[in-house]
Ligand binder design. Sequence first.
Ligand SMILES: Cc1cc2nc3c(=O)[nH]c(=O)nc-3n(C[C@H](O)[C@H](O)[C@H](O)COP(=O)(O)OP(=O)(O)OC[C@H]3O[C@@H](n4cnc5c(N)ncnc54)[C@H](O)[C@@H]3O)c2cc1C
Length: 471
Amino acid sequence: MSTAIVWFRRDLRLADHAALAAACAGHAHVLPVYIHAPQEEAPWAPGAASQWWLHQSLGALSEALARQGGRLHLAAGDSLRELERLGAQSGASAVYWLRCYEPALIARDTRIKAALRERGVAVHSYPGNVWLEPWQISRAPGQPYRMFSPFWRKLRAQLTPQQPLRAPHARLWMKLPGSLSLAALALAPRIPWAAGLAGNWRPGEAGARERLRRFGEQALPDYAVDRDRPADPGTSRLSPHLHFGEITPRQVLYGLHKRAERLGGGTHAGLEAYLRELGWREFACHLLYHFPHTSEGSFNPRFAAFPWAEPDERTLGRWQSGCTGVPLVDAGMRELWSTGWMHNRVRMIAASFLTKNLLLHWQHGARWFWDTLVDADLASNTLNWQWVAGCGADAAPYFRVFNPFTQAARFDAEARYLKRWLPELAVLPAKLLHEPWRDPAALARCGYPSPMVEPRAARRAALEAFAALPD
Ligand SMILES: Cc1cc2nc3c(=O)[nH]c(=O)nc-3n(C[C@H](O)[C@H](O)[C@H](O)COP(=O)(O)OP(=O)(O)OC[C@H]3O[C@@H](n4cnc5c(N)ncnc54)[C@H](O)[C@@H]3O)c2cc1C
C-alpha cells in the first residue's frame, strides 16, 4: 500500500494535472501538500497582489479537495526539509510535481530532486503550465529562438487540441496531523486595494473555468479587434489563472477550439489571434529559461551604457499613483491599483512613458508591476518591460516611442476608459478629454495635474540618449 506526496506549487488545480493523475494511478494513498517558501523565489518572491491571489487560490484548492474527502496539507519553511519531514511522517516512497521554469525554482528543484533520490525517495516531475517546455523547441540544436515570429510559426505548427486530463476523484487521500492553517501563512496582507481585488476576481480552478467559458461565449469572435480597446471586456483576463496554474494552456486550447468549431464563421480569426497571444507567454518562458540573467539586466548588452535618469521618489510616486498628467497612463495606473490588473495596450503605454518619456530604468516599472499585478509573472513581466523599453529580444525599436495622447484617441476614442478611471476629467468637454492640458484653466478647475513632461521634448531627449550609445 504505497503512499505518494503530490507537491503543489504553481499548479493549483485538480484537472489536467499530470503529476496528480500519475500519483493517484500509481499509489494507494496520496498526500497533497503546499509548502510556503517565498525565500526560495528570491529576488522575485511574490509581491503583495500575488500573495493575495495565492491565499484565495489555496483556499479554493483546499475546498475542492475537501469536497472529495481530502485535505491540502499546508507547511512553510525550507521545502526540502518539509518534504523530508512529511515523507517520514507519511511513509511516502515518492514525490510528484509539475515543473517550473524560473531560474531560482529550477535551481531549487534540481537540488531537491537530487537530495530526495539520494535518500531513496522516487521523484517524478512532469511538464509545467506550458504547451511546450522551453527546451523542446529551438531554431537549431542548442540554439534558442530570439525572435517571436519564427518561434510562433514553429510552435503553432505543433499545436493540436488534445483532451485534457480529468480530475482524479474518490481517492484514498491521506491526511496528516500538523497542517498549518491558511491564515498562518500570512499571505493576505492588509493591502489597501484588497477590496478592489476581491470585487474583480474569483481565484481558483472554478473561477478560471468560468472566465474561459465567458470569454469563449462573449469575446472570442471579435478578439482580434476588441483586444486593443481598454474600455471593453474584449480580452479573457485569464492571466492570473494561468500564472497560478488554475487552468492550463492545453485546457484553453481545447475549450476554445471546440467553441470556435461550434460558432464557425469569423471565430477562427479570433481564435488564431488569441492563441498567438498565448504564444507570447510561451516565448517569454522560453527566453527566461535560455537567458536567465534577463530578469535583472537588459537582453541587449548595448543598453548597459544607457544613461537612465536618477529615480527620485516624487517622480516614481506620480507614475505609480496615476498622477502624471497624461490621461491614458494615469487611467491605467489607477486601474492597476484598484483591480490588480491593467489592460495590455495600456500597460505598453504606461511602460513606454516610464522608460522613454521619464527615462527611468525599466526595472523600476517591473518592480512596481511585480508588487501590484495579480498576474505578476517573472517571464512575461521581464519580456514585456524589455520589449517596451527597446532593450529586449525582438523588442520594439528604441526609436518607436508611443505617443500616449494619440494612442488614447485611437484606442479609446470616446474616452470611456479615461472617464471610468479619471472621474475628475468627466466634466471636461469631449474634445479636451484626450489632451486636457490644452486648456490650463479647465484643467485647474477639475484638479487634474498638467503633464510631468512634454512628450515631444521627452521623446527627443530619449532618442538623443539612444543615439549616443556605443554600437
Ligand atoms: C509592461 C508589461 C508588463 C506585463 N507584465 C505581465 C505579467 O507580469 N504577467 C502576465 O501574465 N502578462 C504580463 N504582460 C502581458 C499582458 O499585458 C497580459 O498577459 C495581459 O494583459 C493579460 O490579460 P488577459 O488575460 O485578458 O489577456 P488576453 O488578451 O486574453 O491574452 C490571453 C493570454 O495570453 C497571454 N498574453 C497576452 N499578451 C501577452 C504578452 N504580451 N506577453 C505574454 N503573455 C501574453 C496571457 O497569459 C493572457 O492571459 C505585460 C505586458 C506589458 C506591456
